[in-house]
Design a protein around this ligand. Structure first.
Ligand code: COA
Length: 260
């Protein structure tokens, strides 16, 4: 598939999606959101892809936000639609993707950029990364799930402060807050993501799909996460991977999972 604003690369069971508008610090415009939607759905449907790594091109930005030039003259109904369509098409899709998504934050992750990284299943950052939700400095609030996911990830008080002050935090502070799991040099960022992806790949992808569903259930209104866990746990017993994993353990050999 040919894209204009993103790049995709498949290698060794891992699809890397790179947002590629470096002259605009990879800001998310409508075309980018649509292309990301297509690329994530395609990677999820591709049985060969076991892990997705999401990053930004260049050495300066992951994504510096939603493209301000696209919505500067919007009215209320257009603002609502922008937020809803973005959440439906991309941010909720990424969070609920059945294939693991790792965000490699290689520079500025601001506004929609941090919101996109927060939709990923977990995040790594390079030492030069800067993160924040500066929307109130534009007379806005985060509209791609940021008010919800930031509070979930770092706690309500810290989210309130970060959003109200519109300030940026560096990678070390993000690590301290639990917003990112690891901080490494820019050169090490993708290799470290790929090393984690290799570890994930060695496990049962059908069980990982179930784990993503059960973990996310805790953050979905009206859904009882414990009930989802019971149901998903039960379903695992019908999978080939369960049979293979337990048999391999008892036979003292390495499992050969099929993801089924
Ligand atoms: N939307 C649209 N364009 C953006 C953008 C965004 N969110 N962020 C950066 N750009 C563009 C700039 O307009 C500039 O384009 P130009 O060269 O055609 O003028 C280009 O990217 C480079 O950005 P610039 O501001 O010159 O880089 P900088 O190093 O001086 O500053 C930032 C970097 C990230 C601090 C600054 O770009 C910024 O504050 N961006 C907006 C962040 C934001 O508010 N995001 C939330 C949006 S809801």
């Amino acid at each position: 598939m040919n894209y204009n604003t993103i790049l995709t690369d498949f290698s060794n069971g891992i699809t890397t999606i790179t947002i590629n508008r470096p002259t605009k610090l990879n800001a998310l415009n409508t075309a980018t959101i649509l292309e990301l939607h297509t690329a994530f759905k395609a990677a999820e449907a591709d049985f060969e892809t076991q892990v997705i790594v999401l990053t930004g091109s260049g050495e300066k930005a992951f994504v510096a936000g939603a493209d301000i030039s696209e919505f500067a003259h919007f009215e209320e109904h257009e603002g609502r639609a922008l937020s809803k369509e973005g959440q439906d098409l991309l941010f909720d899709v990424v969070e609920n993707l059945s294939t693991p998504v790792i965000a490699a934050i290689n520079g500025f992750a601001l506004g929609g950029g941090l919101e996109l990284a927060m939709s990923a299943h977990f995040r790594l950052a390079s030492t030069n990364a800067r993160m924040g939700l500066p929307e109130v400095s534009l007379g806005l609030i985060p509209g791609y799930g940021g008010t919800q996911r930031l509070a979930q990830l770092i706690g309500k008080g810290r989210a309130m402060e970060l959003i109200m002050t519109a300030s940026m935090i560096d990678a070390e502070k993000a690590l301290d807050y639990g917003l990112v799991n690891h901080v490494v040099s820019l050169e090490e960022l993708l290799p470290r993501c790929y090393a984690l992806a290799e570890q994930i790949k060695s496990n049962s992808s059908s069980a990982i799909r179930a784990a993503i569903k059960a973990i996310n259930a805790n953050y979905t209104d009206g859904i009882n996460g414990y009930a989802v866990e019971i149901s998903e746990f039960g379903k695992c017993f019908e999978t080939e991977d369960f049979e293979e994993g337990t048999t391999a353990f008892l036979e003292k050999r390495k499992s050969k999972f099929t993801g089924k």
